[in-house]
Design a protein around this ligand. Structure first.
Ligand SMILES: [Fe+2]
Ligand SMILES: [Fe+2]
Length: 149
């Protein structure tokens, strides 16, 4: 079980992860070329808004717990697979999304466990975020089946 400052720290990590997702989905939704990429680009473009909303919800909870939302110098990036120079490699993008979504699910599961029995509001938020990331994961695993087949 985590104390309040540990929960805030876990939420800040989640916040960074969401913003890094926004950054990479944004890049991939523009960078990709070709007919095969069109559906993936659309799907990613739609996800950007959702991931940004996740960041907003996390930021609100950080503030409610007495923390401050980090600025750009304190956000940590660089943990996700970077957009490829090969702009027709749709499979690499799908795999990168799956990795990012798996990492998000793992982190939300960690917060859900850490807040159990003591911070139900944070736990409830993270359960909802986990549900959203699991949906993304299933969607992109489906794409991988189609695109790598
Ligand atoms: Fe997210
Ligand atoms: Fe997601």
């Amino acid at each position: 079980m985590a104390n309040k400052s540990e929960v805030i720290q876990l939420l800040k990590t989640a916040y960074s992860m969401e913003l890094e997702t926004v950054c990479n989905y944004l890049a991939n939704s523009i960078n990709l070329d070709g007919v095969r990429a069109e559906e993936i680009k659309k799907s990613l473009a739609a996800d950007i808004t959702e991931e940004l909303m996740h960041a907003q919800q996390l930021a609100q909870r950080i503030k409610q717990l007495g923390g401050l939302v980090p600025g750009s110098a304190s956000v940590t990036f660089g943990n996700q697979r970077q957009p490829s120079d090969n702009t027709t490699d749709v499979v690499a993008v799908i795999e990168a999304v799956i990795e990012a979504e798996e990492a998000a699910c793992a982190h939300y599961n960690k917060i859900i466990k850490a807040t159990d029995g003591q911070d139900y509001v944070t736990q409830d938020l993270c359960i909802r975020l986990l549900a959203s990331e699991e949906e993304h994961l299933v969607l992109f695993r489906g794409y991988l089946k189609e695109y790598s087949g």
